[in-house]
Write a protein that binds this ligand. Structure first.
Ligand code: TXA
Ligand code: MG
Length: 337
């Protein structure tokens, strides 16, 4: 058989692609098998990597808490690949769920709903509600489908530490996990928006890339104050979270920039005012807030590994996705205030 130059390359590319797909599908099958056996598997989602176990197996879920050193009062999100799963996981038939699912699933939106008895209490930390989401990442959905059960998964990091957007981040923090399914870089980069529904509309319990404005287009009658003011129990709202091991300080308008920058790294919004810092990470050269969200955790991971003593972060505008980015930065900085 003979090939033209381009044809031969195309053929080789297809072969390489096929063998990569084959090995990925074998890895997904292996991971699904482990989930069925009650093991814990880290897997990619479009937001961050998750640390997953069969959501209907209390012992398997207990191992997530153990590996992550997560306090048992902090409930897990249940991931599904098929909307019909809602029928057995929640007791609600609120028509707004369908509207939201139609608009945002698969995707980075978690909806808190009344739970059915099928879900063990350990998943929800004893709450009567459960957070459910259908991830957009195809590897994640293939894993859930093949495992044949909903997968409970927090972000695959030690409790309170930085969230992982690469398989390597998981390996560093959780070397004892049974298997890591490597799906490359998470494309959204920050965790899902979490909302709960109530009589008047919805409340945002955690900001993410799906914004209030986008949600209001689907559920317009939103009239309640933010959850923060209502003292709702959602540990995603803890003041300190996503903490890097090195001190992180936010440079807001009134903050003086450090004069001696030799041992300081900067997390820069657009790459401006970065002269003299020992390590520079730019979130988005064009100032695009979604790009900032995608790059946020990976950039902080690199700063953590750089030879510096502390990190300063430039504030980003608090509009749209910028709200979620600043929320993460404030939580990362809180420990060091
Ligand atoms: O994007 C994401 O949501 C990622 C990926 C892996 O799906 N998951 C994630 O999980 O961020 P985790 O456990 O790191 O954060 C879930 C947050 C927690 O802060 C938890 O308190 C809150 O969701 N949560 C879960 N179930 C809840 C419930 N029933 N009521 C209120 N908050 C809940
Ligand atoms: Mg987390």
């Amino acid at each position: 058989m003979s090939f033209g130059r381009a044809g031969k390359n195309d053929y080789l590319c297809t072969l390489i692609q096929k063998s990569l797909n084959m090995s990925l599908s074998r890895e997904i099958s292996h991971a699904a098998q482990l989930i069925r056996e009650g093991k814990v598997v880290a897997f990619p989602t479009e937001t961050v990597y998750g640390l997953g176990a069969n959501a209907l197996n209390a012992m398997a879920v207990a191992r997530i808490f153990e590996l992550k050193e997560r306090p048992s009062f902090d409930p897990l999100i249940v991931h599904i690949a098929d909307r019909t799963e809602l029928n057995r996981l929640t007791t609600s038939n609120d028509p707004r769920i369908d509207l939201l699912a139609e608009a945002f699933w698969p995707g980075p939106l978690t909806i808190i709903l009344p739970k059915s008895d099928l879900i063990p209490d350990i998943v929800t930390s004893g709450l009567e509600t459960v957070g459910i989401r259908m991830p957009a990442n195809e590897i994640a959905r293939a894993l859930i489908s093949e495992a044949g059960c909903p997968i409970a998964a927090p972000s695959a990091n030690k409790f309170g530490q930085l969230s992982p957007t690469l398989a390597q981040h998981v390996a560093k923090q959780l070397p004892d996990v049974d298997f890591i399914l490597d799906g490359g870089q998470a494309d959204v980069g920050i965790e899902s928006t979490i909302i709960s529904l109530n009589v008047k509309g919805f409340e945002i319990l955690r900001h993410g890339v799906i914004t209030r404005e986008e949600l209001e287009k689907i559920i317009p009658f939103h009239a309640l104050p933010d959850a923060e003011k209502m003292n709702i129990v959602s540990p995603g709202m803890l003041k300190s979270h996503y903490s890097p091991e090195k001190p992180l300080y936010i440079l807001e308008k009134e903050t003086a920039v450090p004069a001696d920058r030799q041992r300081v790294g900067i997390l820069s919004f657009k790459g401006e005012d970065t002269d003299g810092y020992a390590h520079v990470e730019v979130l988005s050269h064009t100032g695009d807030l979604k790009t900032c969200a995608v790059n946020l955790f990976a950039a902080i991971h690199r700063l953590e590994e750089a030879d510096i003593d502390c990190i300063v972060a430039q504030a980003v505008p608090e509009t749209g996705v910028g709200l979620a980015v600043m929320d993460k930065l404030r939580k990362a900085a809180y420990r060091y205030l």
